[in-house]
Design a protein around this ligand. Structure first.
Ligand code: MG
Length: 446
């Protein structure tokens, strides 16, 4: 059976692997599967109108009614789907990818990204072209809706904002010309003084590329320092991820902010924190000192979210700035992350740089080995590895005295990814090299 959905929905390059024909057919397949009311939203990309209209056309041809929320962050759409009686949601976004990309993501009626089983059902309809056809008098209707205030109010209703004094914080927001423009300045200005960068929606992304990396958010780092702000926050294209900058203008890596907020959450309510096996040990170490427990999953935000639901976790997230707050919803949520960080800083009376220092530091190296039959090689490696502890949650993770390595076959490319972590760069490099050689030996390349 052919596969259409990747780890983050269907992604591709506009008018190439992501075409209006694909969007139309996928709209028909989604509509045939759900047969109900569907809410749709987009980020700010130039190809959104083309793809959204094609998806809507497909949906209404099957008899589904469509509620068009226009441009909105993914978490705003997911929150609305969860609380309304809609049967599903569709988001047109390529998240952090460059401007020429776009994608189609489907969320279930509970607002959580679709499970793999349901994706398979939709793929089956898509590839067999078994589309439902509504009669001329049964076609779906399209309605406009506004979901943004509902999301902003939802986030604020859960925040302990009374701890934040008026005028206490100055925050610089980098909306990256993405969906964040429509909510984040309005949300954060309810609790802090806000300076906004790149807050004009623009699918050409003139301010910066959509992924909040240290290279892409240099302007934010400079502005935080120059304005004497307490915090900087940068969002990706669909505003489900939030990356922080401390009061000195220093980039705070996503594993550190994940650890800080996870530690705060387990202090409040003892319990489990869910994160993928690829996450730095700094999160586990820090969460343990606060009395919490870590549960590891395979890589992928929807997998983390579904595991959190299953075990009733208190918090979860990924090292890329995707944080999941179960009291709000089971998906990555840039708005919740922003308010939670301010709430935490107010309660602790600490600057972000001080909070970062409390989290242990490790060095992580990501590399890869080219390998055609990557899944078969991974099977063979299972008998070749030795360590203090071996974890098969996703690929093979081997813990040694001075760190760990994770080897995973890519699902889409002929490669094996290697993540190696140690106390310092030298150790991490030694671990990475050792396992790279082991894989190459297995490939007969030594
Ligand atoms: Mg995203």
């Amino acid at each position: 059976m052919q596969r259409l959905f990747g780890t983050n929905g269907v992604r591709g390059i506009t008018n190439d692997s992501m075409s209006s024909e694909l969007a139309l057919k996928l709209g028909k397949a989604i509509g045939s599967y759900f047969e109900g009311n569907i809410i749709i939203a987009t980020d700010t990309r130039t190809s959104n109108e083309m793809l959204k209209n094609a998806v809507i056309s497909g949906l209404i041809s099957t008899g589904c009614n469509v509620f068009d929320a226009k441009i909105a962050p993914s978490p705003a759409l997911q929150y609305y789907v969860k609380h309304s009686d809609a049967d599903a949601g569709v988001i047109i976004t390529a998240s952090h990818n460059p401007p020429e990309f776009n994608g189609i993501k489907v969320v279930d009626e509970d607002g959580v990204e679709l499970s793999r089983n349901k994706e398979k059902e939709i793929e089956k309809i898509y590839f067999n072209e078994r589309f439902k056809k509504a009669g001329w008098n049964e076609l779906g209707k399209v309605y406009d809706i506004d979901i943004l205030d509902f999301y902003i109010e939802g986030v604020l209703s859960l925040a302990n904002t009374e701890k934040i004094k008026e005028g206490q914080f100055k925050v610089v927001l980098d909306c990256g010309n993405g969906a964040a423009c429509y909510t984040m300045p309005y949300l954060v200005s309810q609790v802090a003084d806000v300076i906004s960068l790149n807050a004009q929606p623009d699918g050409n992304f003139p301010g910066r590329q959509p992924e909040p990396t240290p290279e892409n958010i240099k302007d934010l780092m400079k502005t935080v320092k120059a304005t004497g702000a307490d915090l900087g926050i940068a969002y990706d294209g669909d505003a489900d991820r939030a990356i922080f900058v401390d009061e000195n203008g220093e980039f705070v890596y996503g594993d550190k902010s994940l650890a800080i907020i996870a530690g705060y959450k387990v202090e409040k309510k003892r319990g489990k924190v869910v994160t993928p096996v690829s996450t730095s040990s700094c999160v586990e170490d820090y969460v343990k000192t606060k009395g919490g427990e870590i549960v590891y999953t395979k890589v992928g935000a929807p997998i983390v979210a579904r595991k959190m639901l299953e075990i009733n976790a208190v918090f979860g997230g990924e090292e890329n700035g995707g944080l999941i707050f179960p009291e709000h919803q089971y998906c990555r949520d840039g708005g919740m992350a922003s308010i939670a960080m301010l709430e935490l800083m107010a309660e602790k009376g600490k600057k972000l740089s001080e909070l970062v220092k409390e989290v242990p530091s490790y060095y992580l190296i990501k590399t890869k080995v080219k390998c055609e039959n990557n899944k078969e090689i991974m099977e063979r490696l299972k008998n070749k590895v030795e360590g203090e502890k071996i974890d098969y949650t996703d690929g093979i993770k081997v813990y040694s005295k001075d760190g760990w390595v994770l080897m995973r076959p890519s699902g889409t490319e002929p490669i094996i990814r290697i993540y190696a972590e140690g106390k310092d760069e030298k150790t991490a490099r030694r671990i990475a090299d050792r396992y790279k050689k082991l894989i190459e030996k297995e490939l007969g390349r030594d």
